[in-house]
Ligand binder design. Structure first.
Ligand code: ATP
Ligand code: MG
Ligand code: MG
Ligand code: MG
Length: 421
């Protein structure tokens, strides 16, 4: 059975020779050179087919994790009114990071950089009784921040994609329990992505609230510094400690052992907000005949930032190395020459039954050599490349290249699942 998207040619937007290509230091540059993204202007990016597929894979894992905490998906408007931001006082305090505009009636608006105000107003209008609680809603959508220094491609954009979850509970204890459940779901999500991560105590900043944690990937490209104690549970963003100096020793405030400092990329952020927004925006329910503001939490994941962060952390001197769960495609089937194309199609069909059609791609371009295609596959970072050549014709054997380890395996087609699953 031929499948809809199975050929490499249909995702090819670039036709550039990578024969003499040197993998750059910057993963942002690499993602652009390989056709994952295209910069439209400083801090603003178009996602091309390969980049969009990685984003969709990340979103699917996020959706599973949101399902595990019973959250429902919504999509809030990107245009937000000054009135709602005035009620939280963030119209004044957001400064130049807020993209402000006005409509033809001179009504002042902004492009939402986050949605605490709008979701709280929406819930204030909809909630009538505590029987409707708890409420857990999330979205995956674009955010707008006029960053002073956009950098690292998708790492810091002026327009970017975030997952944001908002939770509403009846009291402080239940809000804390929600917070605990969401942090645990975040752990599952980051484990599923497949890279080592750290959860640290964090500053509540301009968002406000009582308790906050961030999720980080260690990387020299990161703009944050995390401090982790090797001996006890203590870990924090350096923003919470006074005057951290990278070269000096810093004792753990809990056990006194020396903290390990690392540059890192913030990829997720959780806040226990309490009643900061609900009291200002009137999201109340009646408890013992008195109106009481709801207890809130908000929880972000930097979806588009994660594409660049994962690329940055995993890339090597030969190109990108996608973890299997977020690769644009997990398996690429490559015939050694056009005369093996029919055999490659049959291998494609067999392997598609194992990994699913959404995870496999057939390299069917006729205008490139086998060597070019293998170099291209290595640069793009498909986790597994299955080669169909003379050994398949003679003995039904395929060679599998594993990108992360550099491993090579010769296997009969019916045993491929041992490596691919
Ligand atoms: P940063 O400290 O890097 O500026 P932030 O603390 O301002 O991030 P949050 O308000 O906590 O960001 O937003 C939630 C998540 O959105 C962040 O953890 C991060 O992963 C992502 N994010 C924030 N700003 C950007 C941006 N300009 N471009 C891409 N992703 C971003
Ligand atoms: Mg910021
Ligand atoms: Mg931050
Ligand atoms: Mg943050």
């Amino acid at each position: 059975m031929l499948q809809f998207i199975r050929n490499r040619a249909s995702v090819e937007l670039l036709s550039r020779s990578f024969r003499k290509y040197n993998v750059p230091e910057s993963s942002g540059q690499l993602l652009q050179d390989l056709g994952f993204v295209h910069m439209s202007m400083s801090g603003v990016f178009h996602l091309l087919p390969l980049g969009l597929r990685v984003q969709e894979k990340i979103c699917r894992l996020i959706q599973q994790s949101m399902k595990s905490v019973g959250a429902a998906q919504v999509s809030l408007a990107h245009l937000s009114s000054k009135e709602v931001w005035d009620r939280s006082h963030r119209w004044e305090t957001s400064g130049r990071e807020l993209f402000r505009l006005s409509d033809r009636t001179e009504r002042e608006l902004c492009l939402a950089p986050t949605h605490e105000e709008d979701i709280t107003q929406c819930i204030a209008n909809l909630v009538e009784s505590q029987k409707q609680l708890p409420i857990r809603v999330y979205q995956i959508g674009r955010k707008y921040r006029d960053e002073a220094r956009p950098r690292g491609g998708l790492l810091r954009g002026k327009e970017f994609v975030m997952k944001d979850l908002y939770t509403f509970d009846i009291d402080a204890d239940q809000a804390k329990e929600t917070y605990r459940q969401v942090l645990s779901a975040y752990h599952q999500f980051f484990k599923a992505v497949g890279l080592p991560f750290s959860m640290v105590n964090a500053d509540t900043g301009n968002i406000g609230g009582k308790l906050s944690h961030e999720f980080h990937y260690r990387s020299q490209a990161g703009e944050d510094t995390i401090c982790v104690c090797p001996s006890c549970e203590f870990s924090t963003n350096s923003e919470l400690l006074k005057e951290i100096q990278p070269e000096t020793a810093h004792p753990c405030p809990k056990c006194g052992d020396e903290l390990a400092l690392s540059s890192s990329i913030e990829v997720g952020h959780a806040f226990l907000l309490g009643q900061v927004y609900s009291s200002k925006l009137g999201a109340n329910v009646e408890v013992n005949q008195r109106l009481q503001p709801l207890y809130m939490g908000c929880y972000g994941i930097g979806v588009s930032r994660m594409i660049a962060a994962i690329a940055n952390v995993t890339k090597d001197s030969k190109g990108l190395v996608w973890p299997t769960n977020v690769a644009p495609w997990k398996v690429l089937v490559v015939p050694t020459s056009f005369k093996n194309m029919q055999a490659a199609e049959s291998v494609y069909d067999t392997v598609a039954n194992v990994v699913g059609t959404d995870n496999i791609l057939l390299e069917d371009r006729s205008n490139h050599s086998f060597g070019y295609k293998m170099k291209d596959a290595e640069l793009i970072g498909y986790p597994f490349v299955v080669i169909v050549g003379s050994q398949f014709q003679e003995q039904k054997l395929c060679e599998v290249h594993v990108r992360a380890t550099g491993g090579r395996h010769l296997l009969p087609v019916e045993s491929l699942h041992q490596i691919l699953l």
